[in-house]
Ligand binder design. Structure first.
Ligand code: TXA
Ligand code: MG
Length: 317
């Protein structure tokens, strides 16, 4: 990829066009810079994981303009509405039940039936979301394992040449990620952040539950999506009773990528697993190379193939 474009605030429409065309754009929020992609575009979302070099498919936060847009994607109970009204726009992310008709790419939620949503309070993020007119999935705009970026320079230091553009809004005013609150349905603090827990407790009028050890990567603790069907990995061919999830040329019930393209395979992974699971047969999966996005694909397939009920952290899916 050529050098990453550095766009100025008055070029926000251009950034929106890149997002609408399936490109990656880093943009400022009041917390940290996000690495954005159209959340309804499987392939664009897969590119996020490739650009960050993420070895696992952690679910991503979806950014929208306002509560009206958020309610098209997730179910809000009275508590969720009260929190949104009190803290949005602002540094609070709510994890809510995903609406099946949301149109969100399955890779965004890593196949979970919950979605993390927030309405950022930064004028450029707001302008970008308004111009894009799509929900924007965005993790922090750093390479995997590095600290979150709070300036366009930080973003470029890690991602130059790996993403189409960065919208430069100067330093982020808060500089610390959003607070993540699970609401499915018990209010649970999943990650402390920009909104102090005390403020949330004051609004709810009771102390928040915390998810033990969930502080750094809450998505990793959620019971990850696993099909009901048994899964057999590294299968060159299906047995007669099995469906076959292919990779590369050759016959298959469904193919992750006939052209052996790992980005395409990542984009198809959760959708294909759901579809094969519905067939109610054991699933055999073709070997996937252990390189680039293949590592994240294999990580998720290995979890899906692990014996069921092995995970202690299954309290909220
Ligand atoms: O301030 C922020 O939150 C920034 C800006 C860009 O919005 N974003 C951010 O994203 O920090 P990221 O990907 O670095 O962290 C998102 C966290 C991850 O730990 C992920 O596991 C969790 O949110 N998450 C996302 N969806 C989830 C879900 N459905 N259930 C549980 N955790 C979820
Ligand atoms: Mg991060």
């Amino acid at each position: 990829m050529p050098q990453t474009l550095r766009l100025l605030p008055d070029e926000t429409d251009r950034a929106a066009e890149i997002l609408r065309g399936g490109g990656l754009v880093a943009f400022p929020t009041e917390t940290v810079y996000g690495l954005g992609a159209d959340a309804t575009n499987d392939r664009a979302v897969a590119e996020i994981f490739a650009a960050k070099n993420r070895p696992t498919f952690n679910p991503l936060i979806v950014h929208v303009s306002d509560l009206v847009a958020a309610r098209e994607l997730a179910g809000f109970n009275a508590t969720a509405l009260a929190l949104a009204n009190a803290f949005w726009p602002g540094p609070l992310t709510l994890v809510l039940p995903l609406k099946p008709e949301s149109g969100i790419a399955p890779l965004v939620t890593a196949g979970l039936n919950t979605i993390a949503i927030r309405v950022p309070n930064h004028p450029l993020a707001q302008n970008l979301l308004a111009a894009t007119r799509r929900p924007v999935a965005a993790p922090s705009a750093n390479r995997s394992g590095r600290i979150s970026p709070t300036s366009a320079e930080h973003v470029l230091a890690g991602l130059n040449g790996r993403i189409a553009a960065v919208l430069d809004g100067g330093p982020c005013p808060i500089g610390l990620e959003s607070t993540i609150l699970g609401l499915t349905p018990q209010p649970t603090l999943l990650r402390p952040g920009g909104v102090p827990a005390e403020k949330i407790e004051a609004l709810l009028n009771h102390p928040l539950a915390t998810h033990k050890g969930a502080i750094n990567a809450p998505g990793q603790l959620a019971s990850h999506y696993a099909p009901n069907a048994p899964i057999r990995l590294n299968a060159q061919n299906p047995k007669p009773n099995e469906s076959y999830l292919g990779f590369g040329p050759g016959p298959a019930t469904l193919n992750l990528s006939k052209s052996s393209d790992l980005t395409e395979a990542a984009a198809n992974l959760f959708g294909h697993l759901h579809a094969l699971d519905a067939l109610q047969k054991p699933i055999a999966v073709a070997p996937i190379p252990q390189s680039g996005l293949g590592r994240a694909i294999n990580d998720r397939l290995t979890r899906a193939a692990a014996p069921k009920n092995a995970s202690p952290a299954s309290s909220w899916s």
